[in-house]
Write a protein that binds this ligand. Structure first.
Ligand code: BTN
Length: 329
């Protein structure tokens, strides 16, 4: 292990130690418990303070952790993370073109299932159908998650639905807000866009090598920095949101739903999706991204592979697997 990694691991241990104690702890005790010199400890504390940890040092009492920075540091995300395999390996970047690219890069090199890529800002964040994903620094959650499910390529859209459901569940549980899903991947509050999911795959013929699920969520964005039809959790809840706790809950929910999918297949996931969706039962117009096809009718159901079933005015039911939905009424 190189010096840098050892240093990061020691800083993680110091923070965990101080978090558990929630009181002043003498430098002597920390040094003894963690097996470092007093001077080494002082250096690490100095570095931790420089990246935003508020640690006070009082003579004869010791060190006390007052607060942690609002950064998605791997040490913070993995602290008491209640998952078995999601987020056990984390790549964290302060600045990145897109988390999707890194997830693909490490996926091709054999990174394990559950590998998580996080960025505080993306300069080339991408959305569905070649759109940009606006990713301002320290405001949102921008993640890519690598999964290696044993599925056929045509089952991949279910993972978009599974992830959307997981975000809805996590936000409800952690923040108490209700999110709606517009097929296939839009996360909305009162018809304003809060986030989106982008699922990309590395596959050959029918065989999926791995999937990358990209999630972008507006968390602490202020009204003035949002587009008219967009919103953020902070705007809706009227308070600053703890991104780390929310991210941990999202990971927990994705893992839970993934295990349900592995055990019981897509049906229970689709059932949950139906509860959150606002597309079914409405008159919709679906524009295929190739520009040509336009289907209009009533969205009657979701298919087992995540496609949407639309009944046109002649009563014919057509399945659409990709495209943009406009809710007509
Ligand atoms: C959409 O609504 O079109 C999907 C948006 C997905 C954005 C996320 S942010 C993290 C990950 N990295 C990207 O470049 N895109 C996804």
């Amino acid at each position: 292990m190189d010096k840098n990694t050892t240093g990061i691991l020691m800083q993680k241990r110091i923070i965990e130690f101080l978090k558990k104690r929630q009181e002043y702890v003498s430098g002597e005790e920390i040094s003894k418990q963690l097996g470092i010199s007093r001077q080494g400890l002082w250096k690490h504390i100095h570095e931790l303070k420089s990246i935003g940890y508020d640690i006070i040092a009082v003579p004869h009492r010791g060190y006390r952790l007052l607060s942690c920075p609002d950064r998605l540091f791997p040490s913070e995300v993995s602290y008491q993370l209640k998952t078995k395999f999601l987020g056990k390996k984390i790549y964290y970047f302060d600045n990145l073109p897109s988390t999707m690219d890194i997830a693909f890069e490490v996926g091709i090199k054999g990174a394990p299932e559950g590998t998580l890529v996080l960025a505080e800002v993306q300069t080339k964040g991408r959305g569905r159908l070649g759109r940009n994903w606006f990713s301002p620094k320290y405001k949102g959650i921008y993640l890519s998650l690598l999964l290696r499910p044993k599925i056929l390529t045509n089952q991949t859209p279910v993972f978009t639905l599974l992830s959307a459901v997981s975000v809805c569940e996590a936000v409800k549980e952690q923040i108490g807000l209700d999110i709606q899903i517009k097929w296939p991947n839009d996360l909305l509050i009162d018809n304003k866009k809060l986030g989106g999911i982008l699922t990309e795959l590395n596959a050959e013929m029918d065989e999926v090598h791995f999937l990358v699920i990209g999630i972008g969520l507006n968390v602490n964005n202020e009204r003035k920095s949002l587009l008219e039809y967009a919103t953020s959790l902070k705007e809706e809840k009227h308070e600053q949101i703890n991104r780390i706790e929310l991210l941990k809950e999202i990971l927990r929910k994705i893992e839970e739903n993934y295990l349900i999918f592995q055990k019981f297949g897509a049906y229970p996931i689709l059932e949950k999706w139906r509860d959150y969706n606002i597309t079914l039962g409405r008159r919709v117009k679906i524009l295929s991204h190739k520009g040509g096809l336009e289907i209009e009718g009533e969205a009657v159901d979701i298919d087992i592979d995540g496609g949407i079933l639309v009944r046109n005015d002649l009563g014919l039911i057509q399945k659409v697997t990709a495209g943009d939905v406009v809710h007509c009424r």
